[in-house]
Design a protein around this ligand. Sequence first.
Ligand SMILES: *Cc1c(COP(=O)(O)O)cnc(C)c1O
Length: 386
Amino acid sequence: MEFEKELEKELSEAKQAGMLRKVNAISSAPAREITISGKSYLNFSSNNYLGLSFHPEVKKAAKEAIEKYGTGGTSSRLVAGTLDMHGELEEKLAKMKNTEAALVFPSGFQTNLGILSALFGEGDCIIMDRLNHASLWDAAKLSHARVFVYQHKDMNGLEKVLIRSRDYKRRLIVTDSVFSMDGDTAPLEEIIELSKEFEAVLMIDEAHATGVLGDGGRGLPELLGIEGQVDIVMGTLSKALGSQGGFVCASKAVCNYLINKCRSFIYTTALSPASTAAAIKAIDISNKEPARRNTLKKLSETFRKKLSKIGVETSGSSTQIIPAVTKDIGRTLELSQVFIEEGVFVPPIRPPTVPEGSARLRFSLTSEHTEQDLDKAVKIMKDNLI
Ligand SMILES: *Cc1c(COP(=O)(O)O)cnc(C)c1O
């Protein structure tokens, strides 16, 4: 068919440009080591930052939930899908993020789609950091609000947009708190100040901060000592918490409004019992075992230092996400292949996921890694730098 031919042509062009994407099937737990096609690799690609997805207690909680409630979410939260456990999880999340209430969704991506499209629309505007996550860009588009962009972390730029956009009815500033491809953090104190001065609603995406930043793992506001000042905090259960699903923490007014108006909450099946129970247990462990977080922090600092010593640019990273910016796409793919041959799995990240000319290998560290693992990666990097 003509339609398929067009698609195939586009894919073959992408392949020529080194842009073809494909999936790798992993036949092991996504742990420090993974198995792909029967071969074992040291894994630097997982968002399982605290190793909680295979923690014995988390697995046990998920199994018990399956025994009690079965495997599926079975219906919408608003119909008969809300379990007592969902309320328990939402209470824990609201407490973690210092808000009145919380709501959980089956994924973080759809949480963002739902929040922005329910709360903002024509006549409103959404103001975004240029490097915000793809789900926020799609969410902004879906909302039909006017979208304004400021350069990455550029507070003068944000202020200018706020001055220019005074005539919009509702204004939202939304930013990742930890940027997913760079591992740097948003200048949240300044953003809070500007949001107050210009009476804009403020939302942060804590997908990579939850469980990781701050002594209690409560996220960037905890790290900066400014908790409870952001109107809408979203995050995912699927990264450091090792489960699956997304959440929003906000006032009762916002959460009740979302229950009534948010299409990606209303017209979807509830978060599954196993995921809900796993997330509850993961939050408990995250609270009880700060050592995991401290190990991760130490490893990240060490790795950044080692990379910088051999002249590798890490794009302002200050977290467990550490990009080795290699710029050129071909070079990045080559280097990624060298790592594979050496038994190390680290994903190459190319445009359009990152801006043109900033292709990179993206290292995700977890508390499960060792110093030797880092040395191995640094050595491969060093031996293959031009
Ligand atoms: C992963 C991610 C999401 C989406 O969360 P899922 O639960 O995986 O759908 C949203 N925002 C950011 C910044 C992310 O990194």
